[in-house]
Structures are given as structure tokens and as C-alpha cells.
Write a new protein. Structure first.
Length: 204
């Protein structure tokens, strides 16, 4: 796993989390989230980590040992990347999603994608801070029309794509924030679910 590899590299160097975080330009807490895999760093941050540890990016993503090679030699599995759009605005005309404004593209490991269509949203505000989703983070969304009860989803609310935990109660949807400062919203009409949250890419 990604976090275990980071921890192994750090311990091989004899470094503390605080030391690596300072070199990376993030807080110790943020770096700790990387090792525990509570947060997913951006590709740019992974490139910085590879430079700090003086290893190739493919080793950061995944090192594959082959029993047929000589001792102390390694065979590297290079990650396959896909360009996923970062969507600024979304419209839903005729039941179809349309990307009205694409801010750019984020190179994303194929291992994060398990079929289907994906897009990124950039978060605003602190309503989901309890789920470690903060201002400016990128969230990877798998496009799908429904989610399981209690899952975090991107939904269309007041003509804006927002991220909320979705609960279903008979004919009512409850949209729950992850911050007690924001009360739940009750939607009695049909709710347009854009997709399910798959990954959080921290903003650094």
C-alpha cells in the first residue's frame, strides 16, 4: 500500500514524520495522513516525495519484487495514468451531465479507477471538514445516479455541485454536512446525484 511504502522509505532514512513534512512543505498532521492513507496526495506532491526520498515515482506508487531477479535488484511496475477532467461547473439537461467549464485535467493512477466515468470537483468551504475534506481539495467522483445510504456523494443543489453525505428516508433525502455548524438539509423532491466520492486529493 502507498502509505506503507512511505513509512518504509522514511524509516530506512531514519527520519521523523516532522522532518519529512518540513521538507515537503506541509504540516506533520498532513504527512501523517499520507502514511495512514487517510488522505491522498496530488501527483505533484508524490513527485516531491520521490525527490525527497531519491527514488523513482514508480517506486513510490508500487514496488514489485520478482523472485527471478538477483538479490537486491528490483523490478518496477510503472503506474498507468489517466487524465481526468477538473470540472468547474456542471449542468444536467435532459438527464445528462454536461461539463460547462473544465478547469484542467488531473493525471490519475488507473488503479484508482475501476470502470465507469470519473471527474474531479474542487471543494469550497468547510462543511465537510469532519470527513477531512477541506477548502481547495480535489475530490474524485465516480459518475453514477445513486449511492448507498450514508455514502458521500456529489449532488446538484440549487444549480451547484456540492458534496454531502446522503441519507434516504422514504420520499425524503437528508443531506448531511460533516461540520456541526451546518444543519442538515431535507430534500423532498427528486435529488440529482452526480456521483460517489472515491478519493480525496489534498490541496498543498
Amino acid at each position: 500500500m502507498f502509505g506503507e511504502k512511505l513509512k518504509k522509505l522514511r524509516k530506512l532514512e531514519g527520519w521523523t514524520q516532522e522532518y519529512v513534512a518540513k521538507k515537503l512543505g506541509v504540516s506533520k498532521q498532513t504527512y501523517s495522513h499520507y502514511e495512514r492513507e487517510n488522505r491522498t496526495p496530488s501527483l505533484k506532491t508524490i513527485q516531491k516525495l520521490a525527490k525527497i526520498y531519491d527514488v523513482d515515482m514508480d517506486e513510490i506508487f508500487g514496488l514489485k519484487e520478482d523472485e527471478s531477479v538477483k538479490e537486491n535488484q528490483s523490478v518496477y511496475e510503472v503506474p498507468q495514468l489517466a487524465k481526468i477532467p477538473i470540472v468547474g461547473q456542471i449542468s444536467c439537461g435532459n438527464g445528462e451531465l454536461a461539463y460547462e467549464e473544465i478547469e484542467g485535467y488531473e493525471e490519475t493512477p488507473q488503479s484508482w479507477l475501476n470502470g465507469g466515468e470519473y471527474f474531479y470537483l474542487r471543494t469550497k468551504g468547510d462543511s465537510m471538514s469532519g470527513a477531512r475534506i477541506n477548502e481547495g481539495d480535489l475530490v474524485l467522483i465516480r459518475q453514477q445516479p445513486d449511492v448507498e445510504d450514508g455514502e458521500i456523494a456529489a449532488v446538484l443543489l440549487d444549480d451547484e455541485a456540492v458534496l454531502k453525505r446522503v441519507y434516504k428516508r422514504e420520499n425524503t433525502y437528508i443531506l448531511q454536512s460533516e461540520n456541526p455548524a451546518y444543519p442538515p438539509r431535507f430534500i423532498s423532491k427528486d435529488l440529482k446525484i452526480l456521483g460517489k466520492l472515491k478519493k480525496i486529493v489534498i490541496n498543498v
